[in-house]
Structures are given as structure tokens and as C-alpha cells.
Design a protein around this ligand. Structure first.
Ligand code: ATP
Ligand code: MG
Length: 478
């Protein structure tokens, strides 16, 4: 009998030196095959990553990410205090009632990890008694644990939180879409959120608002960035000089210009920013005195529209008969500070007149088809009490890179406190990146599309004939 292989004998009595020698070629062949398979997989992965990054993501990247998420979930929950418990945390010890940490914590369930073009989405099911806040705070920890660019936590659902996992910063790594998509009119009408009460409130079938959605760029979740005046009637855009305010406004104007919409410019920097749009504008103010007059005329126009609605029993202009329905008006203010700043007594009266009328437009305009887009380098309480009242009316917020914390807080802090950090981290080297209101996601990062002055001028020239004449206002080219 062949003696047993000494090292293996106790554990594997059947394994002998002879047998091992007989298996060696097979083991060798298996090792070669294994190495060949690994090398081939690495080569295919590299090639796919280079030639077809999206396919690479679905075939290799996502399965690895899911594995990493599952493996690290327990540690992550324990370290970031995301666990719950199904036992009481107080108990009786002799005559004492003691409170302690559960020794058998229960992990929240990580479910529905799905691949997306930008990364992945997942849902966390909360245990009774858990609230979403610790999950929002743990977003950074999740990004580190899973080795991804960022994790966004949407905490607005009941009993669960939704994760959007971004593998890279799409606003920097991907090219912004070509400008052509956003110069033509929108192919479909805006989706109108349906609500059971809508059926009662809409008195006529034509009460559907016009499509006022301007596609202005790309969001970090891969969707288009849209400034939709139906969802949010008025917008505040804050951004330091050269951060991309005018570029963003140009992209939006290029979209609205192709539709039956009156555009009004208030540019107290002498018209430098909005003058290129003059042929398509229904009015343009280049200093504060003109701004005060134009805003007063617009307030008068909203009052006329109110009378019209009263007369027809309508609650907004979209419920008016088409023949009497006025066109929507978009008032664009570039550099808010110029309206508020005062150096003399005469300035004070003029500023008060301009800013009071702007506030009235924002308060009254939404249902009457008058929308306000206000842009500024700084927004601060030092502008006066009127600025906070104005901000309260501007539900749509966009914060590009800014230089001071107060402006970020004024722009985002009241509605999205957790977006303040994200806005402060905007890279100054990359223009046009902003933190913005997103209807279904709360807030999101996005980057505007860049329209060259020539492309912008071409759209304005092609649409100049669409500029409506508004009562009490003179078009700038007249
Ligand atoms: N989305 C973008 N993509 C690429 N470049 C951009 C983008 N947005 C802005 N830029 C670049 O940044 C420059 C400054 O942008 P813009 O004029 O819009 O800034 P601004 O905030 O209006 O500045 P200011 O307050 O001085 O008027 C532009 O000339 C353009 O080159
Ligand atoms: Mg500008």
C-alpha cells in the first residue's frame, strides 16, 4: 500500500502522494484556465470601459457596487447609528430601572438596488420608530463606504428613504449637451400634476396652463434641468460674478422666446446683460428709474388681468376664454442689488417704488401669468426687509457659486438646509454648476448649457417677430 502523504494524512486520509502527483497536471491545467479567465475578464472590462462605458457599468461596475453595498451595510449601519431595535432599551435591575444600548441591533433593510446610467438607486425600509434624519446625515459615510462620488438621500417618502447613488460627477465628467436641443419649441405640453380637486377647480377644459418649461441644462441624475414656471412661478438665481447667471438666463430666454410669451428685461447694469435680447423683449429697463416705471406698468397690467378674471369667473388666466386670455409675461431682473442699493434720498424713493412693485408682481403674478426671475451676485438681509418678503415669493431657487455664506443661506437655507453645504462646495473652476430646486427630488446639482453669443443672437433674431406688445410698455426697439 502506498504510504499516506504525511501532511495531509490526518485530515484527508484518502490523499496520498501518488494520487496528488496524478492530480498535479489537472490542478495545473485548472490554474492556467482560471488565470486565463481572469486575464480575459480584466481585458474585456478595460476594453468595455474605454469603448462602451455604459455597458461596462451594467456588466462589471454595478454588480461590484451592489456587492460592496451588501457587504458593508452592517458595518455602515452600526458605525453611522442607523440601526433600530426590537427589544425594550430599558429594563429592571433589582430595584432600579436601567436604560442601555441594545446588544442585538436590527438593521434597516436595503432593498431594490437598481442600476441606472448615472449609478444606482436603492430604497431603505425603516423600522417603526426610525426617522429619516440619520440617513440624510449618513449620506457622506455611504459615499465613502461604497467608493462613489455622492449619495443623495430623499427622505420625503413615508416609512422609507430613497438613495440616488452617483458614481462620478456627471456635471464635470460628461460633456454638456449640444445647444441645439434647447433652441426649438418643446415638443410636448407640460405635464400637469393631477390632483382629485383639479377636476372640481377647473371650470373650463382649457384651464391647462401653457408649457412654460425651459430646458436649461443637465442634472446630476442624468435628467434635463428644467425651469418650469408652471411648477414654480417665480425664481431666485444667486451667483458670484462670472459664475454663470447670464449664461443660464440666456439658455432659458432661448426657450421661452420661441413661444407666445412676453419677455421683459430689468437690467440696471446699463443694459449690458440683457440688451442682446432686446429685439425679442417687450420692454427693457436699463436703469432703476426705467425699472420702476416698467414694474409699475406691469402691476397695472396684473390688476387689469385680475379684473378680467373676475369678469369671467376665472381663478387664473388659463381659465379665461382663449380669445381674451392674455399672454404670459416673464420679467427677468439681472442684478437685484441695483434695485435695492441707495446712496441719496432721491435714490431711496426710486428704490422703494421699484422694489415694492417687484414684490407686488411676485405676490400677485402667479395666477395672472406674470412670472419673475430675479438674479443677483448677493442676496442679503442688508438690502432691507423687503428682500426677505420677496424671497418668500420666489419658490424656485438656484444657487450657483457664491462668495459668501449669507447668500447661500438666503437662497437655499430656508427651504433646503441640507443643500447649503453642497452649494458651498461648488468648484469655482467649473462654470455653470448650481444647486437648484427640483420638484420631485427637493434639490439637486445641475449644470447649465452654454449658448455662444452667436447662437443666442440667432434665436433672438429668428423669434423677434413673436415679441408681444404689452399695455403701457414700449418695446425697446421701437
Ligand atoms: N454652463 C456653462 N458652461 C460653460 N461655460 C460657462 C457656463 N456658464 C458660464 N460659463 C462661462 O463663464 C463665463 C461667465 O458666465 P456669465 O457671464 O453667465 O456669468 P455671470 O454670473 O452672469 O457674471 P456677471 O455677474 O459678471 O454678469 C461665460 O462667459 C462662460 O464662458
Ligand atoms: Mg451676468
Amino acid at each position: 500500500m502506498t504510504p499516506g502523504f504525511p501532511g495531509f494524512a490526518p485530515e484527508f486520509p484518502g490523499v496520498t502522494l501518488d494520487r496528488l502527483q496524478a492530480w498535479l497536471p489537472t490542478i495545473g491545467r485548472a490554474a492556467v484556465v482560471l488565470v486565463a479567465v481572469v486575464v480575459a475578464l480584466v481585458a474585456v472590462s478595460r476594453l468595455l470601459r474605454w469603448k462602451a462605458p455604459r455597458v461596462h457599468w451594467y456588466v462589471f461596475g454595478f454588480p461590484l457596487l451592489r456587492l460592496r453595498m451588501r457587504r458593508s451595510w452592517r458595518h455602515l449601519c452600526l458605525n453611522a447609528q442607523l440601526t433600530g431595535t426590537d427589544r425594550p432599551t430599558t429594563g429592571q435591575l433589582g430595584p432600579l430601572l436601567v436604560k442601555g444600548q441594545p446588544i442585538m441591533p436590527v438593521l434597516p433593510l436595503l432593498r431594490r438596488i437598481r442600476p441606472r446610467s448615472f449609478g444606482a438607486t436603492a430604497v431603505i425600509l425603516l423600522h417603526p420608530g426610525q426617522v429619516p434624519e440619520p440617513f440624510v446625515n449618513a449620506a457622506e459615510a455611504m459615499a465613502h463606504a461604497w467608493g462613489v462620488h455622492a449619495v443623495r438621500v430623499d427622505a420625503r417618502l413615508r416609512g422609507r428613504v430613497r438613495l440616488t447613488i452617483l458614481t462620478a460627477d456627471p456635471l464635470i465628467s460628461e460633456e454638456t449637451e449640444p445647444a441645439t436641443w434647447q433652441t426649438g419649441p418643446s415638443p410636448e405640453p407640460a405635464a400637469v400634476t393631477s390632483h382629485p380637486l383639479d377636476a372640481i377647480e377647473a371650470t373650463t377644459p382649457s384651464a391647462v396652463p401653457m408649457d412654460l418649461a425651459a430646458k436649461v441644462g443637465q442634472r446630476e441624475d442624468g435628467q434635463r434641468w428644467v425651469i418650469d414656471l408652471v411648477t414654480f412661478p417665480h425664481w431666485l438665481i444667486a451667483g458670484a460674478t462670472q459664475s454663470g447667471k447670464s449664461t443660464l438666463i440666456n439658455a432659458a430666454v432661448a426657450q421661452w422666446a420661441t413661444r407666445p410669451v412676453a419677455l421683459v428685461g430689468i437690467d440696471c447694469k446699463g443694459g449690458m446683460e440683457l440688451a442682446p435680447h432686446a429685439p425679442r423683449l417687450s420692454a427693457l429697463a436699463t436703469d432703476r428709474a426705467e425699472a420702476a416705471d416698467i414694474l409699475a406698468a406691469l402691476v397695472a397690467e396684473t390688476q387689469r388681468r385680475m379684473g378680467l378674471c373676475r369678469q369671467h369667473g376665472a381663478r387664473n388666466i388659463w381659465q379665461l376664454p382663449p380669445l381674451v386670455r392674455p399672454v404670459p409675461v416673464v420679467v427677468i431682473v439681472d442684478e437685484l442689488a441695483e434695485l435695492y442699493l441707495v446712496a441719496s434720498r432721491a435714490d431711496k424713493d426710486e428704490a422703494l417704488r421699484a422694489t415694492t412693485n417687484l414684490l407686488r408682481l411676485a405676490q400677485l403674478g402667479a395666477a395672472l401669468g406674470v412670472h419673475v426671475i430675479v438674479a443677483g451676485q448677493r442676496v442679503g438681509s442688508d438690502f432691507g426687509p423687503g428682500v426677505t418678503a420677496l424671497r418668500a415669493q420666489l419658490a424656485g431657487r438656484i444657487c450657483l457659486r457664491v462668495n459668501d455664506e449669507e447668500t447661500v443661506k438666503m437662497t437655499l437655507g430656508d427651504l433646503y438646509p441640507d443643500a447649503v453645504d453642497a452649494a458651498q462646495q461648488i468648484d469655482p473652476a467649473v462654470k455653470g454648476i448650481a444647486v437648484t430646486t427640483a420638484d420631485e427630488a427637493g434639490w439637486i446639482r445641475a449644470r447649465s448649457v452654454y449658448l455662444s453669443p452667436e447662437e443666442s443672437a440667432a434665436v433672438i433674431a429668428a423669434t423677434a417677430h413673436l415679441a408681444p406688445v404689452l399695455p403701457g410698455l414700449t418695446p425697446p426697439t421701437a
